[in-house]
Design a binder for this molecule. Structure first.
Ligand code: AMP
Ligand code: MG
Length: 490
């Protein structure tokens, strides 16, 4: 049977609204062609959500598009300009190894950035080669998809192609390009760039664009203050979700904080096994600036930098503007805290609120810290009344705490069964544990075997299922696999 052309259309429906913004915000840049690309991962579910045809995405034309050798119909590729505070130091950045192909308008009318990461040098590459290595791109794929499975807002991964070229990092590695999908790539750093080097008209245009794109419901007489407050709200929600699953971003620079409230930039991130607020995985974070327990505080710091960029739009009088910004920023702590507390109650099967809940939660965290309890498995144990295999469960402190907790859970209308269901929905059976991620990457990168990664992605796609095949993924790393280290040179 011959297939009609219509049936195998890829489904690209690209718009380029960002390219209508002031010219200083981007540079028109095509990806640099690569030698011999090969498609190694394709996200079928995401492709379908985007209105793309999975079969067409597997043909040669699509491969050339994922590799940057051809430009999809309707695309007008650009590299975005942005700045950022990196470990506290302000600097000019921009897409140094990425291009935005355009914004895919989905069948339901949503708009998503389609970006190639690792697509070659741009005006913003500074000393870099503009490329990416296969391991880190697969790692971003796995962890971003895991975050999505955990119901945490995140950029997503549509495809990974190998380039047939090598990149030099500490060693020579196979090169790759990731197709990243995001609500947008607007960052705190985008505003910092305009505030530092642009003018007030450009700033206003960027703020209007951000409002339209992410907060179209804002329709009051102080839209820019509302923009600030909405971004603060989204970040308070996001960071609480990170804390609740033990996710450590690792490089919370202001250029890596989106305005959409999605997690972005999976460089040195990792999930915490043993509960310890001081946990840091990134080899370059020697002072623990981005440690697990510091993430809320760092988010507030980043948001204060965002607020500063908006000052000229908030009020004609600078003192008034500062006051408005400060009030908004001081709300972050409370918003974050109430999100976190609500999430922790759910993790403990608690539906209603009592003033003592927070000390109950803190009590558990203290025991976990003291006895080096595994964060995820402690909550799993509580969910299924399985109190074996961890030292902390054998302690008298835990026995005492458990009694307190059980009487707390008993003081609500909901049945024990619905409380247990709430816990099941709130405590993942599986997180992308570092040793399992490494195992998947090693099979893929060293041996071209993607089956380990496929299996991992499969269990990570529904982490609250608590299915039998997820059991083995809760096994902790052996002593030799700790402490785990992540690297920025990706
Ligand atoms: P990141 O640490 O991934 O957030 O990147 C920080 C900045 O470095 C961004 O401006 C990136 O575009 C840029 N960058 C990272 N890796 C490379 C590379 N290999 N070549 C050029 N620019 C890069
Ligand atoms: Mg970045």
């Amino acid at each position: 049977m011959t297939e009609t052309k219509e049936l195998i259309r890829t489904g690209w429906n690209l718009d380029n609204s960002y390219a209508q913004l002031p010219k200083s915000l981007f540079t028109r840049t095509n990806p640099t062609p690569v030698h011999s690309p090969k498609l190694v991962v394709l996200n079928h579910t995401l492709a379908t959500c985007l209105g793309l045809n999975v079969r067409a995405l597997q043909n040669d034309d699509s491969l050339e598009e994922f590799a940057g050798n051809q430009i999809p119909v309707g695309s007008s590729p650009i590299a975005q300009a942005y700045a950022g505070h990196q470990f506290g130091h302000f600097t000019m950045l921009g897409d140094g190894r990425a291009v935005l192909l355009g914004e895919q308008i989905t069948p339901s009318g949503e708009r998503f950035d389609i970006q190639l990461k690792g697509s070659g040098r741009t005006r913003y590459s500074r000393g870099g080669d503009g490329r990416a290595a296969l391991g880190p791109m697969l790692r971003e794929y796995i962890i971003s998809e895991a975050m999505h499975g955990l119901n945490i807002p995140t950029t997503r991964s549509l495809a990974v192609v190998t380039t047939g070229e090598s990149v030099i990092r500490e060693t020579e590695q196979p090169g790759a390009i990731l197709t990243r999908v995001a609500a947008s790539h607007l960052r705190v750093g985008t505003f910092q760039y305009v505030a530092e080097w642009g003018n007030i008209e450009e700033l206003r245009t960027l703020a209007e664009y951000t409002l339209q794109r992410h907060f179209p419901e804002v329709a009051d007489d102080k839209p820019y203050l509302s923009l600030l407050k909405e971004v603060i709200k989204r970040q308070a929600t996001l960071i609480a979700k990170w804390q609740l699953v033990g996710f450590i971003h690792g490089v919370m620079n202001t250029d890596n904080m989106t305005l959409s409230g999605e997690t972005i930039d999976y460089g040195p991130c990792a999930f915490m096994d043993t509960y310890d607020p001081a946990t840091v995985f990134s080899s370059i974070d020697v002072r623990g600036r981005y440690a697990y327990g510091k993430q809320p505080q760092i988010a507030a710091w980043n948001l204060a930098r965002f607020a500063e960029t908006l000052l000229p739009l908030l009020h004609d009088n600078q003192d008034e503007a500062i006051k408005l910004a400060q009030d908004a920023i001081s709300d972050f702590t409370e918003l974050y805290h109430s999100n976190w507390l609500a999430g922790m109650r759910a993790k403990l099967g608690i539906f209603n609120e009592e003033p003592e809940d927070e000390s109950l939660i803190e009590g558990l965290l203290t025991i976990m810290h003291k006895y080096h309890g595994d964060y995820t498995n402690t909550f799993r144990g509580l969910t299924f009344d399985k109190f074996s295999d961890m030292e902390l469960f054998d302690t008298s402190e835990f026995a005492q705490w458990r009694e307190q907790w059980q009487s707390r859970v008993g003081r609500q209308q909901e049945s024990k069964a619905s409380s247990q269901q709430l816990m099941q929905r709130s405590n993942p059976a599986v997180i992308p544990r570092n040793h399992r991620v490494e195992e998947a990457l090693e099979a893929a990168v060293k041996h071209g075997d993607y089956s380990v990664m496929d299996r991992l992605l499969n269990v990570l796609s529904c982490p609250y299922a608590h299915s039998p095949e997820q059991g083995e993924y809760s096994i902790l790393p052996g002593k030799s696999e700790r402490p785990y280290r992540t690297f920025c040179g990706t």
